[in-house]
Write a new protein. Structure first.
Length: 244
């Protein structure tokens, strides 16, 4: 029996801010929906890239975000996008979760240990139902152990992180992510940007590791959907799906 479908969107952010990135995000979401994905994670800053003009406390109420919320409800999918903003309390956040129940939950940026979680109310650090819960790390160094350790202590079923990892740091960063999966007996899903024209070049290679630290699936170059499927008998299995 299939228990959970999770996916990392290996995405190349477009110039032009939020407005230019909504439709490409929806393309990924529709492709993920066709693969019955329950949880879809985009890389950091996926929705705005280097254009920070729209990133403020008011962005949460922007009509530009409505199609993403509608898609989450329509497909019964949790969608996490990279978006620097201020949450409803004015706290800095690095990502935004669109939930199937029509809620939007800010993913706080780190301010010390145990402070970097998706949290609808203070102290609630893990999203999702039992057996399908996850903790989302935002703007976090891969070698920071406090966050995966905290996720494991809080009982998360999955540790998720979005990045813009370059060629020079990729091998070292994924070594840590694999190590945390093994050490804390917790699967890890990493969504990385793909951008071959900018410097430093983001290399993609988004990946998923199982609770033993074994690689489930890894992408190469291109805009791709990296899917991990959890089966009751066979454990985790992976596949890479082209979006275009």
């Amino acid at each position: 029996m299939l228990l959970w479908n999770i996916a990392a969107a290996q995405y190349a952010t477009r110039s032009g801010g939020i407005g230019a990135n909504i439709v490409p995000h929806l393309d990924f979401i529709e492709r993920a929906a066709s693969e019955s994905v329950d949880l879809l994670i985009f890389p950091e800053a996926s929705l705005h890239g280097d254009d920070m003009r729209e990133c403020c406390e008011n962005v949460l109420h922007s009509p530009l975000l409505a199609p993403l919320q509608q898609a989450a409800v329509k497909h019964a999918m949790t969608i996490v996008v990279g978006l620097v903003h201020k949450d409803a309390c004015g706290q800095p956040a690095g990502a935004l979760s669109f939930m199937p129940d029509n809620k939007r939950i800010s993913c706080l940026s780190p301010r010390g240990a145990h402070a970097d979680w998706c949290s609808p109310i203070p102290g609630t650090s893990v999203l999702g139902q039992r057996g399908r819960s996850f903790a989302m790390a935002v703007h976090t160094a891969c070698n920071d152990e406090s966050l995966p350790r905290s996720a494991a202590l809080l009982g998360a079923d999955l540790y998720v992180t979005g990045h813009s990892i370059s060629e020079t740091s990729w091998q070292n960063d994924v070594m840590y992510l694999q190590h945390w999966a093994h050490k804390y007996n917790m699967p890890v899903l990493m969504a990385n940007q793909i951008n071959e024209s900018d410097s430093p070049r983001c290399v993609g290679r988004s990946a998923c590791w199982d609770e033993f630290g074994q690689l489930v699936v890894r992408a190469e170059a291109g805009e791709l959907l990296v899917i991990g499927r959890l089966h009751s008998r066979n454990g985790w299995q992976g596949e890479v799906i082209p979006v275009r």
